[in-house]
Write a protein that binds this ligand. Structure first.
Ligand SMILES: [Zn+2]
Length: 273
C-alpha cells in the first residue's frame, strides 16, 4: 500500500486568536475536561498552558525534521483566508509556506471558501500569488463541502483535493484528482469528537482496523492527516500515535508518497489502460 501523509496548519501562534475568536477559552476548557477525566497528565496540562504563554502553537519545524528522518514526503496545507478559528495573518502564513516549500516539502491550500466559486477562486489566486506556485492541491478546513464543492475546485484549476472523508480509492473529478481522507488524527484520538478520550492502545487498534478495511476495499493510495499542532509533548498521545503509525506502516512494507507523486503514478497507470 502507498501512504500519503499531510498536515493541516490551523494555528501559527496562540496570540493570533486574542480578540478574534474563542479558540483560547475553548482550549482551556478542553484541557480542564481532559485532565479532569484523567485522559491527559498534569505535565501535559501544564505544558499546554506554557505553550499559550510562550505564544508557540505550531510544530511545523519539528514535524519537518521528523518526516524527513522517516522518509515521509508530506504535504502541509496552509490557510490564506481567516475563518472558523483559523486566524493567522497572511504574513505569518507566507513566511511558513515558503519555508516549508524551501525545505523540500509540498504545500497546498487549507480552504475556507467552499460555497461561492468566486471566493474559491480568490483563495486559489491568493495562494498562487504568495507562493509563486501553479498546480497545487487543497483540503478544506473542517472538511467543509457541499455537493458542488469538488466541481467548483476543479473548475478553479486545483490539481487535487483531499477533503472527502470516506474509505474509497482516489478518483477523478474532471481534470482534478480527489484523494479521500482515510484517517484523521481527531477521529482516532477523540472518539466522542469533542475531546481526547482514547488511549494510545485504542488509537492503535482503530488505526489497524481502518487499514485492514481499506486493504479489503483495494485502496492503493491511503491518506492520513496529522495536524502539526499535535506533534508536541503537550499532546503526548497524539504525537506517540503519529510516531507509531509511521513506524508501523514502514515495518508493514508500505511506501510513503506525496500527492504529486501519486498523481504521476495514477496518470501513468491510466495512460497504460
Ligand atoms: Zn483545519
Amino acid at each position: 500500500m502507498n501512504v500519503i501523509i499531510s498536515h493541516d496548519v490551523d494555528h501559527i501562534t496562540a496570540w493570533e486568536h486574542l480578540g478574534r475568536d474563542l479558540i483560547l477559552p475553548k482550549h482551556i476548557v478542553r484541557n480542564c475536561i481532559e485532565f479532569g477525566l484523567k485522559h491527559i497528565s498534569l505535565g501535559e496540562t501544564a505544558r499546554r498552558c506554557g505553550d499559550i504563554i510562550k505564544n508557540r502553537w505550531n510544530n511545523i519545524a519539528d514535524l519537518m525534521k521528523f518526516d524527513r528522518g522517516r522518509g515521509v514526503p508530506s504535504t502541509f496545507f496552509f490557510g490564506v483566508q481567516n475563518g472558523l478559528g483559523l486566524s493567522y495573518t497572511p504574513d505569518d502564513a507566507k513566511l511558513w509556506m515558503n519555508r516549508v516549500a524551501r525545505e523540500g516539502f509540498s504545500i497546498g491550500v487549507h480552504g475556507i471558501a467552499f460555497e461561492l466559486p468566486e471566493e474559491i477562486r480568490r483563495e486559489h489566486d491568493a495562494f498562487a500569488a504568495a507562493t509563486g506556485l501553479d498546480g497545487f492541491g487543497i483540503r478544506m478546513h473542517y472538511l467543509r463541502r457541499n455537493p458542488e464543492t469538488l466541481a467548483n475546485l476543479e473548475k478553479t484549476g486545483y490539481k487535487f483535493d483531499s477533503t472527502l472523508p470516506e474509505l474509497t480509492p482516489p478518483f477523478k473529478v474532471g481534470g482534478m484528482w480527489e484523494f479521500p481522507l482515510h484517517i484523521m488524527d481527531g477521529d482516532i484520538l477523540c472518539g466522542n469528537g469533542r475531546w481526547q478520550d482514547r488511549t494510545l492502545e485504542q488509537a492503535k487498534d482503530s488505526t489497524k482496523a481502518i487499514l485492514e478495511a481499506s486493504a479489503d476495499r483495494g485502496i492503493e493510495y491511503f491518506t492520513i492527516l496529522l495536524h502539526d499542532r499535535y506533534f508536541s509533548d503537550s499532546f503526548r498521545t497524539w504525537k506517540e500515535w503519529y510516531v507509531w503509525v509511521t513506524e508501523f506502516l514502514k515495518e508493514s512494507g508500505c511506501r510513503f508518497v506525496s500527492y504529486d507523486g501519486a498523481i504521476g503514478e495514477l496518470e501513468r497507470a491510466h495512460a497504460v489502460l
